[in-house]
Design a protein around this ligand. Structure first.
Ligand code: FES
Ligand code: FES
Length: 851
């Protein structure tokens, strides 16, 4: 028997077990999150005798006689202050890290009510936040300190909810205090646990799977193999090439492949059963690089061969223009796979529902999940309902199926509710990554630095399965020339299957990679011409009415030059400043169907926003609420935002391509216009139960359109970032000016910028996802994620020029925020030491030594 004090009450626990498991599953204190169970993330932070500690590294016996406080145990005053401070500062995005941050803040403020920003950074250095870039979290903690000192008082603000107003997010309180539910916080009566046995080798023939011993283990409910799948075993976002379970006689394609599924009453029985499955493999040499996969006679990873997708883009005559140009630079660039490292590992709960299933998920579109599960189980849409809980970050990494299809299959076969979760190790190994690419870029300009032409070859390692490898490569190519006014381009892109973990969507969607190459080339051209990195960009920056390298005419809202002007002073303030520009599409575009849908329902004199758009941290619910308020004049407190649910909310497409503010925002605006019309003759009370539906369909031209100036995307965001180093190469400041069209919620936009910049700093300087013979070796703690105390000052600058009515002028900001950062760092180091680096993460820097 162990005795300790938990949130002010004495508790006795019979059995020694992991403290985190006890707190979450027995005491049901789910503000304490399990982000890694490895002591690396800080989402499980609790106070033990007044000190911030990680619950996952304790057992019950280690806290004998001690006093523990979790967010649930804060005083009412503390709850009020932290909730207000985090909401006011705009510090909450996906929210998964926030309760742990609050506890680290309490540990600091209980001892020091006058902390400096450095003290705050130090206090939260053990808490990783992948969304916010830490700045607003630090602001929130400093605000809370000011309240506790008596200098500030949380004010109850009556928000109007207008566009441009920094309203507190609709989910701020639930996420700050940890009362909001993520899937893993749910427990369902009669729930069992499910997990997949992964292949031992990235490439091996599966000759036999023996489940007999596993089935005999007490507590095992089912052991399923490929033959238990009633529908199509192969699923996938666009290309159906990804088997939910590998069949006997099939070759595995990467270490994340599943060969069997186990469902058991307890986690212990589950673990034993997974170990008891005997698989007979014939190990084969993995194809670990695109070069190996494209070699003459290479074994085929998929029946149709190892080339997933090829993109050729030509405009003008690049060869001729390069020949006639004064300056030409050519470099080979190499960028690695990157792990999303969202703080919430994947979890899904599957429940039987008559002849179908209900799933509780945390992905990037409930309808994508529904369609994949329908395919797998051979069911119609009415038999598969998917409901989203809070999503603890995604960044593109939760677009593919990871656990949803397995939970659905187990629930369907066993008729039991089941929870399927990935451990952090599995999460890192399994879900698709940002593509590694090898790129050769040649760029030319005249004697004045005016760009004349570019040629590029991009080879992307798309890993074992297609995922979004085709569209990612396409965006890498369509954006490869940068946001500049020149028209001779010749681009070849190839996405190649290998036995590495799949490449897929990741914030930037291919543009992060190609922007690094083009922007670095431009830095060298500037040096050859004898003008600054800023000047060469300003001379070439696309302006309204000019034609982008892809042929689209830049619209009147284009404000790239304004972003350059906004950073000029900072760029010129330091000899070690680097700069880069970027453009990024909002919306899927290129002639594909792209529709936002939203429905407003009046319930109890409140407007319920029912929109299928996933909030993966970016704040979509709040944006939708502001769209309603701005359009109708209804106040913010009368808006209720519902969670995506295939049975209730209309399909508003995937949270991808920086599209939701534009597409779902506009759809909500359209619905709100109808509500506004109805309100001319009725009160909200009189409209009880009525529905108002809105839709927006973005019309664009397909790739290869024969129009001289095709519209590839409904909108582009533009940006310029400056990175300033000191003479030792240490980051001093990042200035990030973003043309966002119109900021619906400016503090939220700043949070997107800061978070994206820090992700970009990681991409440029520290993050890697090494593979040895196609097997990933990184853990969460070794991925190279930036921590609060490493982050320099970040100055976000919002440029608003767009006057289009579409979504009140918003253009989407999610992805572009992390695109210019890495090449801006490269430019800064180039100025610092003259070393022109071509590989990410940059080598021989303060942050990474030369290998
Ligand atoms: S869950 Fe404890 S540190 Fe990550
Ligand atoms: S808000 Fe910190 S991890 Fe998402």
């Amino acid at each position: 028997m162990y005795t300790f004090n938990l949130n002010g009450k004495v508790v006795n626990v019979e059995e020694d077990k992991k403290l985190l498991e006890y707190l979450r599953e027995d005491a049901r204190l789910t503000s304490v999150k399990d982000g890694c169970s490895e002591g690396a993330c800080g989402t499980c932070t609790i106070l033990v005798d007044g000190k911030a500690m990680r619950a996952c590294i304790f057992t019950i016996s280690k806290v004998q006689g001690k006093s523990i406080i979790t967010s649930e145990g804060l005083t009412e005053r503390e709850k009020e202050v932290y909730t207000w401070a985090f909401a006011e500062a705009g510090a909450v995005q996906c929210g998964f890290c926030i309760p742990g941050m609050v506890i680290s803040a309490k540990a600091l403020l209980d001892n020091n009510l006058n902390p400096t920003r450095a003290d705050v950074k130090n206090a939260i250095r053990g808490n990783i936040c992948r969304c916010t870039g830490y700045v607003k979290i630090e602001d929130a903690i400093l605000k809370a300190a000011a309240v506790f000192r008596g200098e500030l008082e949380p004010k109850k603000v009556e928000f109007k909810g207008l566009v441009g107003e920094n309203v507190h997010r609709v989910d701020a309180e639930a996420k700050t205090l940890g009362t909001g539910k993520y899937v893993d916080d749910m427990q369902v009566p009669g729930m069992i646990y499910g997990s997949a046995l992964r292949t031992k080798y990235p490439r091996a023939l599966v000759k036999n799977i023996d489940i007999a011993e596993a089935e005999k283990i007490p507590g095992v409910v089912a052991v399923l193999t490929a033959k238990d799948i009633p529908g199509n075993r192969y699923i996938g976002h666009i290309v159906k090439d990804w088997p939910a379970l590998i069949a006997v006689g099939e070759e595995t394609r990467y270490v994340g492949d599943s060969v069997a599924l186990v469902a058991a009453e307890t986690k212990e029985a589950l673990k034993r059963a997974l170990e008891a499955i005997a698989v007979d493999y014939e190990e084969r040499e993995p194809l670990s690089t695109p070069e190996m996969a494209l070699a003459e006679g290479a074994p085929k990873i998929h029946e149709k061969g190892n080339l997933l997708f090829e993109q050729v883009l030509k405009r003008g005559n690049a060869d001729e223009a390069i020949k006639n140009s004064k300056y030409v630079v050519s470099h080979k660039y190499s960028v690695p796979f990157t792990e999303h490292a969202f703080m919430e590992p994947e979890t899904c709960i599957g429940m039987p529902d008559g002849n179908g299933v209900i799933l509780y998920t945390a992905g990037q579109n409930v309808f994508d999940e529904q369609h994949e599960v329908m395919e797998l189980l051979g069911l119609t849409a009415d038999k598969v309902r998917v409901i989203s809980k809070y999503v603890g970050g995604g960044f593109g990494g939760k677009e593919d199926m990871s656990v949803q299809h397995h939970a659905a299959l187990i629930a369907y076969v066993t008729k039991r509710p089941v929870k399927v979760s990935l451990s952090r190790k599995e999460s890192i190994m399994i879900h698709p990554k940002r593509h590694a690419m090898e790129m050769e870029f040649t760029t030319a300009c005249d004697e004045n630095g005016i760009l004349t032409a570019m040629k590029a070859v991009l080879i992307s390692d798309t890993g074992a399965y297609a995922s979004l490898g085709g569209p990612v490569l396409q965006r890498a190519c369509t954006h490869a020339a940068g946001p500049y006014n020149y028209h001779n381009i010749d681009i070849l892109g190839r996405a190649v299957y290998t036995n590495n973990p799949p490449g897929g969507a990741f914030r930037g969607f291919g543009v992060t990679q190609s922007a690094f190459a083009i922007e670095c080339n431009i830095n060298e051209l500037a040096k050859l011409v004898g003008i600054s990195q800023w000047e060469i960009r300003y001379r070439n920056a696309v302006e309204p009415g000019q034609v982008l390298p892809n042929g689209q005419i830049a619209d009147a809202g284009t404000a790239l030059k304004e972003t350059l002007e906004a950073v000029k002073k900072d760029f010129e303030s330091s000899p070690y400043a680097g700069i880069a520009c970027a453009m990024k599409n909002a919306g899927i575009g290129v002639g594909l169907p792209d529709i936002g849908r939203s429905r407003l329902t009046i319930i109890n004199r409140k407007v319920h926003v029912r929109c299928g758009a996933a909030c993966i941290g970016q704040g979509m619910g709040t944006i939708n609420a502001q769209m309603v308020c701005e359009t109708t004049g209804i106040s913010y407190d009368k808006i209720v935002v519902e969670a995506p649910d295939t049975a209730i909310t209309p399909n508003s497409g995937t949270t991808t391509a920086s599209r939701q503010t534009v597409f779902s925002g506009e759809a909500t605006k359209q619905a709100a216009l109808k509500l506004k019309e109805a309100l001319k003759n009725s009160t909200l009370e009189e409209l009880e139960g009525q529905d108002f539906y809105g839709e927006y369909s973005g019309i664009t031209d397909p790739m290869g359109s024969d129009k001289p100036n095709p519209v590839s995307h409904v909108a582009y965001g533009y940006a310029t970032q400056v990175v300033i180093l000191d003479e030792k190469g240490v980051l001093q400041k990042v200035v990030a000016a973003h043309d966002v069209g119109k900021a619906i919620n400016p503090i939220n936009v700043e949070g997107q910028i800061e978070g994206g910049v820090v992700m970009g700093l990681g991409y440029g300087l520290t993050e890697d996802y090494p593979l040895i013979n196609s097997v990933p070796t990184a853990k969460l703690g070794t991925l190279g994620l930036f921590r609060a105390n490493q982050v320099p000052e970040i100055k976000p600058i919002i440029i608003e020029k767009n006057t289009e009515a579409l979504a009140y002028g918003a253009k989407g900001v999610g992805e572009i925020t992390c695109i210019p950062t890495a090449p801006a760092i490269q430019g800064a180091y180039y100025r610092l030491d003259g070393n022109f680096r071509t590989k990410l993460p940059l080598e021989d820097t303060f942050y990474k030594k030369k290998k």
